[in-house]
Design a protein around this ligand. Structure first.
Ligand SMILES: Cc1cc2nc3c(=O)[nH]c(=O)nc-3n(C[C@H](O)[C@H](O)[C@H](O)COP(=O)(O)OP(=O)(O)OC[C@H]3O[C@@H](n4cnc5c(N)ncnc54)[C@H](O)[C@@H]3O)c2cc1C
Length: 403
């Protein structure tokens, strides 16, 4: 497969159309845009507004089939649009779960009734969705989830706890993994639900992170009643459905660019008179080299996508390389800031963006599968190394030792 760098003629035309439309409906991002991490609730409102504009103008769901209200384009067109959109001052983050993960899962596994009820409002931006998968004892080992769902007539009764639920405090609906057959091995006996987050018995408690922002939550479920019609896919076959969601999540995270650039860090270094320091220069050059390598890795992913192929291990390599680049470059940023790196609040350089990004590295290193899990997958699928030993795969979930 030869690598394609830059746009084909058709892609260039599409990029041009996207840019023209965007410039008519939004203003270009400037250096002093408001930081949404200061007001997450306001950010959600801004996201809803912008999604409505996209929907009304036929730019929502670019790669969604027309039958589901989308534009019927390719995933490459969707990423070209996202690239162009990122240059404009518009809010988009709070629909990452709904549009990026729930939409594809619903389309693949939902009933016609579920399609009709949920997809159009999702695309329009009426509803924010969250992902209720991880639990205190089930993160990397997600199949170990213990939140129980028991059928009572035509209603399921759910009890348990979820954690790390991004945007849970602003969500209208959630996708929920539950244990419905504890006698089966852990990957079997899981059922996947759509849950109305306003249901009685759901308590959402925001968790304040090291950055001072509460982006995610603990969610407690006590006798929550979910209608049987809200099972997505088959009862006890939720792991297959969850895999569609997780594949979409990885594609989304792997394909995402960052909101900062090495060029911006170089500008800060110049501004502070730090570019004469040979060690700082070397580190900036290393950061620039990593960023270039990542963009070439991005071209490989795009080439695969334009050929209609599902990217293989390069997706996992990308996520790992991106997380490491973030970590190392923020160390360099702190060195560039010197003693000023210790400031927080008023009088910080560049609005405190570099400190925020330093502390945000943990989100990238853990979310969507930790660095260590990426390495395991690259080892198995990319390098053909033996599978990690798994002693509990075939035992009944009920008999497993729980953390
Ligand atoms: C920013 C962010 C947003 C998130 N949003 C959501 C969300 O909206 N919904 C949701 O359900 N979840 C969400 N998560 C949870 C995320 O999926 C988990 O944090 C992740 O899967 C890791 O699970 P854990 O935190 O339980 O860590 P653990 O699995 O307990 O891992 C602890 C440590 O052990 C290592 N480890 C574990 N297993 C292995 C192994 N087999 N080999 C080598 N090392 C191993 C890990 O790499 C890690 O360093 C989010 C996480 C973050 C950081």
């Amino acid at each position: 497969m030869s690598m394609q760098i830059g746009d084909s003629a058709a892609e260039a035309i599409f990029r041009d159309q996207a840019r023209t439309w965007l410039s008519q409906h939004a203003s270009l991002r400037s250096d002093d845009v408001a930081n949404w991490h200061d007001d997450l609730g306001g950010h959600v409102v801004a996201c809803k507004k912008w999604q409505h504009v996209l929907y009304d103008n036929g730019w929502a769901g670019i790669s969604w089939p027309k039958q589901f209200g989308g534009r019927g384009g390719t995933s490459l067109q969707a990423s070209i649009f996202a690239e162009e959109q990122s240059k404009f001052d518009v809010a988009t983050g709070s629909f990452a779960v709904s549009l990026g993960m729930v939409g594809p899962t619903l389309m693949a596994h939902g009933t016609p009734q579920q399609h009709a009820e949920f997809l159009a409002p999702m695309l329009r931006g009426d509803h924010v969705w969250c992902q209720l998968f991880s639990e205190p004892n089930a993160g990397s080992d997600l199949a170990n989830i213990g939140t129980r769902a028991v059928l009572d007539g035509d209603t399921w009764i759910v009890n348990g706890q979820k954690v790390w639920t991004s945007f849970g405090q602003f969500s209208d609906y959630g996708i929920l993994l539950t244990r419905t057959e504890p006698e089966s091995p852990k990957h079997k006996g899981i059922t996947y639900f759509i849950v109305d987050m306003k249901s009685a018995g759901i308590e959402v408690r925001p968790l304040v992170q090291i950055t001072g922002v509460a982006h995610f939550n603990e969610v407690f479920l006590s006798d929550v009643r979910i209608p049987a019609a809200n099972v997505l896919g088959q009862v006890n076959n939720g792991w297959a459905v969850a895999n569609t969601t997780l594949t979409s999540e990885r594609a989304f995270i792997g394909g995402g660019g960052s909101s900062w650039t090495v060029e911006a860090l170089i500008e800060t270094a110049q501004k502070l008179g730090r570019t004469q320091d040979p060690v700082v220069r070397q580190k900036l050059a290393a950061a620039y080299t990593r960023a270039q390598t990542l963009s070439y890795l991005g071209y490989r992913l795009r080439t695969a996508s334009s050929l209609g192929l599902i990217p293989g291990p390069e997706m996992f390599v990308m996520k790992l390389a991106y997380a490491r680049h973030w970590e190392k470059t923020m160390d360099t940023a702190m060195e560039v800031l010197g003693a000023d790196a210790m400031l927080w609040g008023d009088n910080v350089i560049d609005n405190g963006e570099w400190q925020h990004r330093l502390l945000s590295q943990f989100a990238i290193r853990l979310g969507g599968g930790t660095n260590e899990i990426q390495q395991n997958i690259i080892g198995e699928r990319g390098l053909g190394l033996p599978r990690e030993p798994s002693v509990d795969r075939n035992l009944p979930w009920r008999e497993l030792v729980k953390g």
